[in-house]
Design a protein around this ligand. Structure first.
Ligand SMILES: [Zn+2]
Length: 155
């Protein structure tokens, strides 16, 4: 899936800001398109098991999904962070994701994130998955960079 670099940057910022709690949110976009909007969400479990899990606040989720639906948009990506361990869905993530089979699931492993390296080279710290009926498949992320880049060439 194509994801604008700027959008992924905001997702990572959100996830790092919430450490040690798991952050969560949605990237929305047009049907069959690429995500173009970031919706950070509150972790409904903060104060409870939120160090190791997340859940949208049901009323927030209903409001956002209704708004998107009315605008002809889709929650294309549902993201959350893992503040311990790998960017791989937990048993709980897989169970919850089966309710959202039309979205892809992005996981940011904050411990593995290297702030000194570019977003496109975060080996294993940012991963995208398709999760359906207990089957987890990793999906490629194609970063779309819209700003002009300055490339320094050493002579
Ligand atoms: Zn998780």
């Amino acid at each position: 899936m194509k994801i604008p670099g700027e959008l992924l940057e905001r997702v990572v910022e959100h996830c790092l800001r919430e450490v040690p709690y798991e952050a969560c949110g949605v990237l929305s976009g047009p049907v069959d398109g690429s995500p173009d909007q970031h919706h950070p969400m509150a972790n409904g479990l903060v104060g409870g098991r939120a160090l190791l899990a997340f859940e949208f606040v049901p009323s927030d989720q209903l409001r956002l999904f209704t708004e998107l639906d009315e605008a002809g948009r889709r929650p294309l990506v549902i993201y959350h962070s893992h503040t311990k361990g790998m960017a791989y869905p937990s048993i709980r993530d897989i169970a919850n994701a089966s309710l959202q089979v039309h979205s892809l699931h992005l996981i940011v492993a904050t411990e593995r994130f290297d702030p000194g390296a570019p977003l496109g080279l975060q080996n294993g710290a940012i991963r995208l998955f398709k999760i359906g009926r207990g089957v987890v498949t990793q999906e490629p992320i194609e970063l779309v960079v819209t700003q002009w880049l300055t490339i320094e060439v050493q002579q």
